[in-house]
Design a binder for this molecule. Structure first.
Ligand code: SF4
Length: 206
């Protein structure tokens, strides 16, 4: 089973997004109980946005409050930045797709991929409207920001659809004629303290 990185290590979540001390146990235990090996995919946001603290993303918080010009510039440049981010995610997605391809060619069954619904990157059925979310981020006061406010922002800008990395991964797999189920752990259910409802189906296909 290929898992989004933060299912095994919540440290890579956005600030305020980690609810568990380590991993999403229900997903891990399901793999263990069924004798399924776990492969941790890279965290695309950690890779592209400046490490585990995502320092490049942090710079956006309160930008418009500090400087109207800075806020306007950030909005103007956002489409360019997002195109660059997508290119970087695409490269990661291709590496993961090559790994899956290698597994299948080596006779290893790949059960599926588990993403994170609610993530702009790893969402499977629910993602984030990044443009409007960034606009809200630039207006926040970073010195007074709470976990609750941060998570409210994420919920507020949630929209149906796939995250950028999952979109690119699906595309990379399709190019290799690989069909796998995409499952999703629900971030918002986790934020509410509910158990993960991810349920694994049957086997791989090509
Ligand atoms: S959802 Fe994806 S991008 Fe976000 S922390 Fe988890 S692995 Fe990283």
């Amino acid at each position: 089973m290929f898992l989004s990185h933060c299912l095994l290590d919540e440290n890579t979540r956005y600030l305020g997004g980690a609810c568990r001390r380590c991993c999403v146990r229900e997903v891990v235990e399901q793999c263990m109980d069924r004798g399924i090996g776990m492969r941790q995919m890279p965290c695309p946001e950690r890779v592209v946005w400046g490490g585990v603290l995502k320092r490049r993303m942090l710079a956006l918080y309160g930008l418009e409050r500090r400087s109207a010009l800075g806020g306007a510039l950030a909005r103007r440049l956002l489409p360019v930045v997002l195109r660059h981010v997508r290119r970087r995610y695409r490269a990661i997605a291709r590496r993961v797709a090559n790994e899956i391809d290698d597994d299948l060619r080596s006779g290893i069954s790949v059960v599926g991929i588990v993403g994170i619904d609610g993530s702009p990157t790893c969402g499977v059925q629910r993602t984030l409207d990044v443009t409007s979310a960034v606009r809200s981020m630039t207006r926040l006061d970073p010195t007074a920001l709470t976990v609750e406010q941060q998570n409210e922002l994420v919920r507020h800008h949630a929209v149906p659809g796939r995250g950028m990395f999952i979109e690119e991964l699906a595309r990379a797999l399709a190019a290799r004629h690989i069909v796998l189920p995409f499952l999703a752990h629900d971030l918002f259910a986790e934020l509410d303290g509910r158990r993960s409802s991810v349920a694994f189906g049957a086997g791989p296909s090509r």
